[in-house]
Design a protein around this ligand. Structure first.
Ligand code: ZN
Ligand code: ZN
Ligand code: ZN
Length: 469
C-alpha cells in the first residue's frame, strides 16, 4: 500500500496497525522509528527505482529493534542477544557455522580471574555460616568482624562489607577502573610464559601459536567484576588453519594462566593526596577443562565442563550488568543512585568513583561509568580469531529470513550483508531519518511488552534464531 492509498484509522485499521507495527519491530519493547527509503539507482542511466520505503507501511514508519542486551531494558532484544552470544561462544568452543569442529581438540581451558579482596564482605558459603569466628572479634570501629548467619541467594546483605569504614573503597574503584589494563597485561604475560615454556622468543612463538580467547565479565555481589575466559591455543592462522605444532598441552596452558595471573602488577598513582596502589589479580583463580564428553548438566564446581554449559553460563551474565545493585542503565550522580534505591555499598562505590573523577583527566571518564560501578570495558570481548562475530550472526539471521532456502550448514562468515543482492549495474542508496523512539500508541507498546514477557521464559539453548538453523 502506498502513502496515497492510506485509509482513515477505522477500528479495523488500528487493530491491524498495532499487530503490524509490533511484528515489524520484532516484538522489541522500545524500537527506533525511521522514515525513509532504499533506492536502487541505475549507474548508467541514473534512473531511480524504489526498493523499499517506509511509506509502504500502514503507519508510515519503519521500525528498527533497539538491540539492547540488558533484559531490564528490552526482554525481547536481550533474549536475542543472549542467543547470539550463546552461538558465538559455542562456535568458538566446539566449532560450527563455519568454525571447524577441530577447534574442540585444541588445548583449551575455561579460566576465571577474580579481583582481590578490599575488605571482608557477607558471602554465600557452601556450608556453615557466613563468617564463623569463635573469638567474635570487632574492628577498630567496633563493628563485628564475624557473621553467624547463613545468607540465602537473594539476601540483600550479600556482598555488603562487614564494616564500611574498614572497606577500601578507593582500592576497589581503582582496581575496577583499571581492570581492562590488568587484563591486557595478563594476556601479554600469558604469551610470554607460553613462549618461555616452548623455549622460544615471543616473536617466534607468535609465528607458531595464536592465543584465541573470549572474555565475559560478571558483576559479583561485592560490586567487582570477575573475568571468565575460554582460552584456546591455535596455529598461526587461528581456528581455520592447521593446529599449533608446539608441544603444548591443556595442562601447560593452565599452568601458564596461573603463572601469568599471579605475576601481573599495575602501579597507579600517586593521587593528589599521595596515595599509590599496586593492582593485581585476586588469589582466587580457577581453570576448568572444556570437553564435549562432559555432561551438559554436570554440577557446578566440576573440573570438566561441556561447551554448551560454558556458553549458557556466560550468555546469562551478558544480559545483565548491575541491575542487582538497584542501578538503572545510566547513573548521573550519587544522589541519583540513592533516589533509585541502590544498595548502601553501591552508593559508596559511586561516591568514591565520583570523587576520584575529580582527580584529573585520567579519571574524568569515571563519571560516565557510574552505572557499571566504574567498569569501563565491554561486557564481552574476544581475540580476532576466536569465533564468528555478532555482526556475522546478525547478518546471517537477516539472510536466512529473506531466503529460507539457504544451506543451514553454510559458513556464516561468508554470508554477505544486505547489499549483496544488488543487481549488477545498480547502486543501493539509502536515506533514513530518525522519527522517534517507541510505538505510536499505548496498545502497540502493551502488545510488545506482552510478547517480551513470553520471550523471557524461553532458554537460549532453544533459541530459534535463523543463524542457528
Ligand atoms: Zn528491543
Ligand atoms: Zn554475613
Ligand atoms: Zn571497621
Amino acid at each position: 500500500m502506498s502513502a496515497s492509498q492510506v485509509v482513515p484509522p477505522t477500528a479495523f485499521f488500528s487493530e491491524v496497525a498495532i499487530d503490524d507495527a509490533v511484528e515489524r519491530a520484532g516484538q522489541c519493547v522500545r524500537p527506533v522509528r525511521l522514515r525513509g527509503a532504499n533506492l536502487l539507482v541505475d549507474t548508467r542511466t541514473g534512473e531511480v527505482h524504489e526498493r523499499y520505503s517506509s511509506t509502504n507501511e500502514l503507519d508510515g514508519h519503519t521500525y528498527v529493534r533497539c538491540g539492547n542486551r540488558r533484559a531490564s531494558v528490552c526482554p525481547t532484544c536481550s533474549h536475542e542477544y543472549k542467543g547470539d552470544a550463546w552461538h558465538l561462544l559455542v562456535c568458538g568452543l566446539a566449532g560450527g557455522k563455519g568454525v571447524p569442529a577441530a577447534v574442540a581438540d585444541r588445548p583449551c581451558t575455561f579460566a576465571t580471574l577474580t579481583a582481590p579482596s578490599f575488605g571482608a564482605v557477607h558471602g554465600l558459603r557452601q556450608k556453615g555460616p557466613c563468617r564463623a569466628r569463635r573469638d567474635k572479634p570487632v574492628c577498630v570501629h567496633g563493628r563485628p568482624l564475624w557473621c553467624g548467619r547463613r545468607h540465602h541467594q537473594h539476601d540483600p546483605q550479600l556482598g555488603q562489607p562487614l564494616c564500611w569504614e574498614c572497606y577500601d573503597y578507593l582500592g576497589h574503584v581503582l582496581w575496577q577502573w583499571h581492570a581492562p589494563e590488568v587484563w591486557r597485561r595478563f594476556t601479554i604475560a600469558l604469551q610470554r610464559r607460553l613462549a618461555a615454556k616452548s623455549g622460544m622468543s615471543v616473536t617466534a612463538f607468535r609465528k607458531a601459536c595464536k592465543i584465541s580467547y573470549s572474555k565475559v565479565v560478571e558483576f559479583q555481589a561485592r560490586g567487582l567484576i570477575h573475568v571468565h575466559a575460554p582460552i584456546r591455543l591455535d596455529g598461526p592462522d587461528g581456528p581455520d588453519g592447521s593446529p599449533c605444532t608446539l608441544a603444548l598441552t591443556t595442562s601447560d596452558l593452565e599452568d601458564a594462566v596461573r603463572h601469568a595471573a599471579s605475576s601481573v602488577r599495575l602501579d597507579v598513582g600517586p593521587l593528589r593526596d599521595g596515595t599509590s596502589y599496586r593492582l593485581a589479580w585476586g588469589r582466587q583463580l580457577d581453570c576448568r577443562s572444556i570437553s564435549g564428553e562432559a555432561g551438559r548438566d554436570s554440577e557446578r564446581g566440576g573440573r570438566v565442563v561441556h561447551p554448551e554449559q560454558v556458553a549458557a553460563y556466560l550468555a546469562k551474565y551478558l544480559t545483565k550488568a548491575t541491575e542487582d545493585f538497584g542501578l538503572p542503565a545510566r547513573v548521573r550522580s550519587v544522589s541519583h543512585a540513592r533516589i533509585v534505591g541502590a544498595s548502601p555499598h553501591a552508593v559508596r562505590i559511586i561516591d568514591t568513583a565520583s570523587r576520584l573523577a575529580r582527580e584529573g583527566e585520567a579519571y574524568a571518564r569515571l563519571r560516565d561509568n557510574l552505572a557499571t560501578l566504574g567498569y569501563r570495558g565491554h561486557p564481552i570481548t574476544k581475540s580476532r580469531a576466536y569465533s564468528v562475530t555478532f555482526g556475522q550472526i546478525r547478518r546471517a539471521r537477516r539472510a536466512f529470513a529473506r531466503d529460507p532456502g539457504l544451506d543451514p550448514s553454510a559458513d556464516i562468515r561468508e554470508v554477505l550483508d544486505d547489499h549483496a543482492d544488488v543487481p549488477e549495474g545498480f547502486e543501493l542508496v539509502s536515506s533514513w531519518r530518525y522519527a522517534g523512539r517507541g510505538y505510536l500508541d499505548l496498545d502497540q507498546a502493551a502488545s510488545a511488552v506482552r510478547s517480551a514477557a513470553i520471550s523471557r521464559t524461553r532458554e537460549p539453548g532453544s533459541h530459534s534464531s535463523a543463524a542457528s538453523r
